[in-house]
Design a protein around this ligand. Structure first.
Ligand code: ZN
Length: 441
């Protein structure tokens, strides 16, 4: 990567090829939205992969359909399908992989339009997944097709994938593909994930996450004589108090060098996802009276998001330290802690080739400097980093993150066009090197 994108004579033709494809981009986005790929349970993955397979083969890609057999949720009723397409250039060079997830989250209440209708209203396409991330997927396909139409004599290769299950952790999607070598640095050199981070931002990575269940124990007794038992909920109250007194202030004081947006996520954070102790909650409509028991168990689930400067071990040790402190000082206190899930933080260097290239293309297309950001929540970059061992990866795509998972989700057509332009120019910069003497990777 040795030249600015504006150095290429291919750009006027590329702009024309993109402009010609505006209606195609709209239709493609609508088609993708109209295949409801709800996760859970993981519906219509095969249908959307077949659609992408047809589309990309027509554009000259070789395609593979890969079912992530045996991954969480995979069954004959809900198979975890992925599609990976590759188009070789005319000579050796780098491979640029554009990867998008095909699944969408639950619709939820509050919609004023059909969530799977793909309505085009005032330059916006509406539907579940419009911004997260079928709009980004469509923009990446149009970008690649416009590039191929104008620059057929390119070096290296382009890959486009549609992957399953990002919304439930990506184990049946990018993680599965990474385990099978699809993101090894020998095969792929640059990855762009068109998540909806905004058309003027390059997202370098995301925080880590550690989920755990903590249980406190007690002793069951009659509710009229709680002194004969030991209330596990009161013990949990002591845990929550220790979190308030020590953990939350300590986390809030910790600041990361990562450019996480929004600002509040630049510290360590923790959510308490759930709490339950004692008898099961009464079913709706039940008229039965509760029985009187001292609870012998109370459980919470915590969702601790951590910074690139922290480690899983330090996160775990900090919480275990508080619990052990209670064990040493509070009569009859005992606990169990069980890890439920973990994802590493991931951060690409802003000088990495793909980050610099996309930022330069943003400046070209939008006429202003790109903003480098990081995401508060994780996305598929973690698998590309940890399993694939590939560091040269960013998220870049159209749409506003705030709209993801909301009612009346939409993506702007102009935003998709601008993002497609940025992606296409990035392909020019990475696959039409003006200096063929670059050192190999
Ligand atoms: Zn997403």
């Amino acid at each position: 990567m040795t030249h600015a994108p504006d150095a290429s004579p291919a750009l006027p033709a590329l702009s024309a090829a993109l402009a010609e494809r505006r209606d195609d981009l709209i239709a493609l986005t609508q088609d993708l939205i109209r295949i409801p790929t709800l996760n859970p349970p993981g519906e219509n993955y095969r249908e959307i992969c077949d659609y992408l397979d047809r589309r990309l083969r027509t554009s000259g890609f070789e395609t593979q359909m890969i079912r992530a057999e045996g991954t969480p949720g995979d069954s004959d009723r809900y198979p975890r399908w992925n599609v990976v397409a590759r188009r070789e250039g005319t000579r050796p060079g780098d491979c640029v992989h554009l990867t998008s997830h095909i699944d969408v989250v639950d619709v939820g209440a509050g919609w004023t339009v059909d969530p799977f209708g793909g309505a085009l209203i005032d330059g916006r396409i509406y539907g579940r997944g419009a911004c997260d991330m079928k709009g980004g997927l469509a923009a990446s396909i149009i970008a690649a097709e416009a590039f191929l139409a104008t620059c057929p004599d390119f070096a290296g290769a382009i890959e486009i994938s549609g992957t399953a299950d990002e919304e439930s952790g990506g184990y049946g999607g990018v993680a599965y593909l990474a385990e099978r070598g699809f993101f090894s640095p020998q095969k792929v050199q640059h990855v762009i994930i068109p998540e909806p981070l905004q058309k003027d931002r390059v997202c370098l990575g995301h925080r880590g996450g550690w989920w755990a269940e903590i249980e406190t124990f007690g002793e069951i007794a009659h509710g009229s004589m709680p002194f004969l038992g030991d209330c596990a909920v009161r013990h949990m109250g002591a845990v929550l108090q220790a979190f308030e007194d020590k953990l939350f202030p300590a986390m809030a004081a910790r600041r990361t060098e990562m450019p996480v947006v929004p600002e509040g996520a630049r510290s360590s954070t923790m959510n308490i996802n759930s709490i339950h102790g004692g008898q099961a909650e009464r079913l709706a409509g039940s008229t039965a009276l509760p029985s009187h028991c001292v609870p012998d168990s109370c459980r919470i689930v915590i969702d601790r998001r951590y910074l690139v400067e922290e480690t899983r071990d330090s996160v775990k040790a900090e919480i275990a330290g508080l619990l052990d402190g209670l064990k040493a000082t509070r009569p009859n206190f005992d606990y169990a802690m069980k890890e439920l899930n973990h994802v590493i933080p991931s951060m690409t260097d802003r000088d990495a080739p793909v980050a610099r290239t996309v930022a330069a293309a943003i400046a070209e297309v939008l006429g202003r400097e790109a903003e480098f950001v990081a995401s508060p929540g994780s996305y598929d970059q973690k698998h590309i980093d940890r399993i694939g061992k590939l560091k040269n990866c960013v998220a870049y795509g159209p749409g506003l993150l705030e709209l993801a998972h909301m009612p009346d989700e939409y993506v702007g057509v102009d935003d998709m066009m601008d993002s497609a332009d940025v992606m296409a120019r990035s392909l020019v910069a990475l696959l039409l090197p003006t200096d063929e003497t670059r050192p190999p990777h």
